[in-house]
Design a protein. Structure first.
Length: 581
């Protein structure tokens, strides 16, 4: 954690396990304590640490409230414990103890006549000059449980008749089993340089434009697109979703269409080119002519940062507690390090998902700066070796103390070739991997359950006829929909605590590179990565009874190696409930 500059992350009810190497010169006996308190507490709690080995001490404390906890370690060389320890050694060696008992009496300030009384006497409190406290007070951020375990479903409300139509669609999302309903930007969309279908430069009459081109004469980041409805509709959506144990997540994209009121009212917040015009956003070779980026290093940065922070505060005031942040790696790190902790000091229930498909150290830096969860490279990890290495990294590496992965097999921007070429079996395999390997996962639907897989052109990860630029009409009753499978997966996740954590993941050898197997406590998952051919092999796993929670099958495994066979033409994955023999 960079020497304690950044806090570790936990959710309500979890333990913070503190490890410390503590030693002193000579042979004195030590006492070590962990100290902790919530930031709102005045008094510290303390707990004795346990000596493990090689000067290593361990203790844990439970975090029960949202917000920030402080913790540290203190220790002292204890003359009384040292004396008691040495007294026992002399007693065991049959030595005369008369002088030692006098020394103990002097330490305690009382008469001690025999060994038993000496060993039962309580030590006097340590003098202050004997106590050493770790030089830095460390911190832990405590989030809601949904920060550790959540199932996200992304959709475009304009394809469902706006906010009122989306309210009518909530039972469908509930049946699928998702508890976070994530909406792309819901703000007015600009008309200047509006993109047409398939990201065409120049819109035709009737083209809706991209929701990420934020701002028009109707308002900006604190306004609703009138085509979606009113704030009364939005409040009703939040309420009706909550009644179904779902939360609304809102996309926050800090960028503007040329028509955004900010452009007219605060030109100082944007970077001008030599000719005085504002440079639109680019990510070569991609060009976003309909978007102006903010200049986070502008001389007027303070007023800009305050305004952007107020956008989160505005929507929090309208019942939103979860935010997906678009491209945070293209904004100033210092802004996030200031903004997110300040917001969470007032609203500790807030969750921030970082959409940062960028370099690993940048992605991890954003997590340290305050983002609750992060998109990952899961989409681009498809072979057995890639999956094993990456899943092991996010579940076992020390970075798990601050980096919470959220696995997405698709997004409106990303249609990986595995899905393009693998068809239905690939869609099943990828959602099983995401939903079982990660405690947080999400899909962009209904594109996922309806297996949309046609790319805009060969080699592209963009959808043909992308919903980012047009309305879609989805046939949710299609017989080939994966909705029943996804519903079952989410039910399995909720019924089995083993799937609600990332840290308990363990891989198991299989003698076939097209089969990957891993367990989380009493859940064992086996997936066929070949979308075109049946695959079989032997998995190293102790004797047990297994019940396939997806297909309903029961198997009795007798020895240390057990046979599995999976066909992509039926069901390319097992999710076993394991009962040990």
């Amino acid at each position: 954690m960079d020497g304690g500059r950044y806090p570790v992350k936990r959710v309500v009810g979890e333990e913070v396990e503190v490890h410390a190497d503590v030693f002193t010169d000579g042979h004195d006996a030590l006492v070590c304590e962990v100290l902790w308190k919530h930031s709102s507490d005045k008094e510290w709690f303390s707990k004795l640490m346990e000596f493990r080995h090689n000067d290593h001490w361990v203790a844990s404390f439970r975090v029960e409230r949202l917000g920030r906890y402080q913790y540290t370690v203190r220790a002292w060389a204890d003359p009384w414990l040292t004396w008691q320890r040495d007294l026992k050694k002399r007693q065991d060696a049959g030595q005369d103890l008369s002088v030692d008992l006098q020394i103990g009496a002097g330490l305690l300030g009382a008469e001690i006549a025999d060994y038993d009384a000496a060993m039962q006497a309580e030590a006097p409190p340590p003098r202050g000059d004997w106590v050493v406290t770790f030089e830095k007070t460390l911190e832990a951020v405590v989030d809601p449980v949904r920060a550790r375990f959540s199932s996200w479903y992304e959709l475009f409300p304009r394809s469902f008749g706006g906010l009122r139509g989306l309210i009518e669609h909530l039972p469908y999302v509930e049946r699928l089993g998702f508890d976070v309903l994530y909406l792309p930007p819901v703000h007015p969309i600009g008309t200047t340089a509006r993109k047409g279908k398939n990201n065409a430069v120049g819109a035709r009459p009737g083209d809706t434009g991209s929701p990420w081109a934020i701002g028009s004469k109707e308002g900006g980041h604190k306004a609703l697109d009138p085509a979606l409805g009113t704030f009364d509709d939005f409040h009703l959506l939040v309420k009706k979703a909550s009644e179904r144990n779902m939360q609304i997540a809102l996309d926050i994209a800090f960028q503007c269409s040329p028509d955004h009121p900010y452009v007219r009212e605060h030109p100082e917040w944007f970077r001008a080119r030599p000719d005085g015009t504002i440079q639109y956003a680019e990510n070569p070779p991609k060009k976003y002519q309909d978007i102006y980026p903010f200049d986070f290093e502008t001389p007027a940065w303070q007023s800009l940062w305050e305004e952007l922070k107020s956008v989160f505060e505005f929507w929090a005031g309208h019942g939103v507690e979860i935010f997906r942040v678009d491209n945070p790696h293209t904004k100033a790190f210092a802004f996030w390090e200031w903004c997110i902790p300040d917001l969470k000091s007032k609203h500790p229930e807030l969750i921030f998902l970082s959409e940062a498909f960028t370099r690993p150290r940048v992605m991890h830096k954003l997590a340290k700066l305050g983002f609750t969860q992060s998109y990952t490279y899961f989409t681009w990890r498809n072979t057995k070796r890639e999956l094993t290495e990456y899943f092991t990294e996010v579940s076992q590496d020390p970075s798990r103390e601050y980096f919470r992965p959220n696995f997405w097999p698709n997004t409106p921007d990303i249609l990986h070739e595995t899905l393009q070429l693998g068809g239905r079996p690939a869609f099943i395999a990828r959602v099983v991997l995401a939903a079982t390997a990660a405690a947080n996962y999400g899909i962009y639907g209904p594109a996922y359950e309806l297996q949309e897989r046609i790319a805009r052109e060969p080699g592209s990860e963009e959808y043909l006829n992308s919903e980012k630029y047009e309305l879609k009409r989805w046939d949710l009753e299609r017989k080939d929909s994966l909705a029943p499978l996804i519903s079952r997966l989410n039910a399995i996740r909720k019924e089995n605590p083993a799937l609600q954590s990332d840290w308990n993941l363990k891989f198991h050898p299989v003698d076939n590179d097209q089969l990957v197997a891993y367990s989380k406590d009493d859940i064992l998952v086996v997936v066929n990565l070949d979308a075109h051919h049946p695959q079989s092999g032997f998995i190293d796993f102790p004797p047990c009874e297994v019940h396939d929670l997806l297909s309903g099958g029961h198997y009795s495994w007798k020895g240390p190696r057990n046979y599995v066979e999976l066909s992509p033409h039926t069901l390319p994955a097992h999710v076993f409930k394991v009962t040990r023999k």
